[in-house]
Design a protein around this ligand. Sequence first.
Ligand code: ATP
Length: 937
Amino acid sequence: MDFKAIEEKWQKRYEDAKAFEPVVEPGRPKYFITFPYPYMNGYFHIGRAFSGIRAEVMARYKLMQGFNVLFPFGFHCTGTPIVAAAERIAEGEKKQMDILRKMGIPEEEIPKFADPVYWTEFFPRETKKDLKRIGAAVDWTRSFITTSLNPPYDHFIQWQMRKLKAGGYIVMGEHPVVWCPRCKSPVGDHGRLEGEGVTPEEIYLIKFKVGDAILPCGTYRPETTFGVTNLWLNPEVTYVRAKVNDEVWIVSEETIGKLENQKFAVTILEKVPGKTLIGQKVLNQVTGTEIPILPATFVDPGVGTGVVMSVPAHAPYDYAALRDIENDPKKFGLDESVISGIKLVNLITIDGYGKFPAKEIVEGMNIKNQDDPKLEEATKEIYKKEFHTGILNENTGKYKGKKVMEAKLELVSDFVHADKAAIFYELPEPVVCRDLTRCVVKIVSDQWFLNYSNPIWKAQAHKALDQMKLYPEKARKQFDYVIDWLKDWACTREYGLGTELPWDKRWVVESLSDSTIYMAFYTISKYIENPEYGIKPEQLTDEFFDYVFLSIGDAESVSKHTGISKDLLNTCKQEFEYWYPFDLRNSGKDLVQNHLAFCIFNHTALFPEKYWPKGMSVNGFLQLDGQKMSTSKGNVHTLRHICDLYGADATRMTLMYGGEGLEDPNWDSEFARNAGPRLTQWYEFAVENYGKGRDDEKYIDRWLESMTIKTLKLTKESMDNMDFRSAIQRGYFDMQRYLKWYIRRSPVPNKRLISWFIEAETKILAPFCPHVCEEIWEKIGGQGFIARAPYPSWDDSVPVDESIEKSEDFIRNVIEDIQEIVEVAQLKEAKEVFIYTADEWKYKALQLASGKNMGDAMKDVMADAEMRKHGKEVSKYVGKVVSERLVYSGVDEKAVLDEAKDFVSREVGMTVTVNPETDPENKRRHAIPGRPALLIK
Ligand code: ATP
């Protein structure tokens, strides 16, 4: 089957017929569905396609349900990644050039990518081609790119930012942010290659004195300062003495930049090799004790300040390291006298441990030395316990008796006020920007923030969420959590593509802040983006957007001030009011914690309640070799490549069968390879059998109709829940299984039934594999596009008859039993099979005993005089019913076998006799309900 030709044929027909370019139809219910516009730094990959096609399948499904469906598609270009990648191309950087090569960009084209604008032209064009190639039901007349390169969008974002500022949602502030030193920008989750979800955490620098200088030790556990026995420095690291504010500090070289980023005034004085400090004494300013500096190569100069305090009573690493030194001081170049006075200091009491929890756990877990990997687990255990349940003891002075968790703030505040500690921010895990640079924490002031920490705004966002439909509903908890947890968001950048902040042109609006309400822009984009309508960007004033989106002002005066005709203004307004709010937004689950939550927040800030989002769906992340696919990493399967390999319909079906819910889906190439032949088979069957067959109605027709109706109901339920894998399982695989059985049972199908089945099956497949289904639809004489045909319906008056299903299961079991006996007993030459159904009394006994315990079952069965006649045999059978939990199926086995006799005979290749007069081998006594006895000769 020439899939490519079929796909091209239908894509052209869709385009010619403007099949997916809906217009406002007052009175007709609409369904507006959106997908987060992908970032234009590479070809569309199958990970994005998984989420995108889910949205699109839903669009097609709603179309078949009679909705007026709008599914537009835009292209995101805002931010630093494109500019950074273009710069790297301009610099001839190999890694970035290789990423483009790997995407399949021809060598001679690569230099063009040194210009960021080229990316914004090239990838939107190519993405559109790829999506057309996969048959996406998109209204392309509404597409656009973001940034000032697209003036209408630029004006829209300016309006949005001015509105937010006027409403008090944008504030100036000072905050620690994750910062890329190369982009010179805060880096949100979206801009990261590594470290999604990582935020700056407060740590404390405890100041130990050595001569006139300070050794600041970074710690998350300031309370343990009371138990410090020594400091650790790395003898192989070069430290620096530097003036930090009014003090002289000794820290690792790597710390200098971090201090500067966090608004410490730093002047470097001199370098100090770590080894020269080993053995010196320092003063613990909190306890007044003197302690030694000991060597430790595990001290990472990049973490904290490169200076570490040691609390061996409560920190397993410290205990293990100290023990290593005590065991062999010479190995560490130390004189015994340096360590001889060290005594463990206990300061936290926890249940289940004695005075020195770290010592206990290290010894208990048999930890060998400071390199033992088990230390990680031991540390987690002790830290968690001490933080949540620990009580400070008399060695902590005035904090004695307080819980660790509660004393922390008081203690930090006391230390900082007494100048014995300073606050510092650190990233608990590495964060790498999309431009491959390791990020740091920077305290930015003079920075604009979206005030997501505002409790009133949070309450509005919760209210909006409460009214939304979520797919799957299970995702609600995460949305709730994110709304509570979101802090203020740095919404501008100094660098990158985007819209200038209208009131402060030094800044550009960043990519997660210019993408929060743009779904509204789709409703009018075709008028304001299309020169045919004659609107110039400068006419898109705040008055214009206020009128169209918020009904502020009147057409007369807005028209006068903007120069846009009243008619056109009202057309835009009508489009917005018809389509908005959006009904569904589908995305990968990565965006819950930023984009999707921001979308909810911003809608509540800018629109009246009736325009708040109606629904969102989130799905797992399509993995490639267990890794997140990412364009910047270059480890992607592009959609075009996959479509070339398997064709559009097979690709779509494989993606949608890859998974559902929040679990990460899987791309299964084996499934994709088989999908083509499967669709060909269906095409051939459908075209060949539609409208053909017998007119008389048989029992097996009732079975197929009943099974199909039942499955259609389940399939529709799956579609309604966006459980597309289940929908394919039920609506395709199960239905095909029934069909196969039906054709075995009745090689000449019933005409009405098979035609109805073919239509239903093709329609079920249509949202997943539209092209081949259109082709079938045309061949069987369907009207118009199947894409617009009503979703399968069924005759509700046909009872879904469970007993028919059971009867067929019974027949199938009988056939399988016969085949098994022939196989096992080597009866290939056998000519006849005699089938004996169970004695009548066994059916009755089964009904009486089923579902009961042995005592009750026996009592109820033996209460029946008829049963008692069969004596011992009854108790044996009742025992079987109870132990094997047998149930009564209600199938009239004799009648069913009589009806299916010819079929069974064909299947097993023998003559079949049901319940013969004679029973020469006394077989019948072995028969039980559901399992007739068999005599094969
Ligand atoms: P990349 O890292 O490749 O640039 P991204 O995460 O930045 O991808 P976007 O360009 O923002 O992705 O993608 C748009 C949509 O595609 C989002 O809804 C996102 O959740 C989804 N998406 C991206 N990658 C995958 C994936 N591997 N599986 C499922 N959805 C994905």
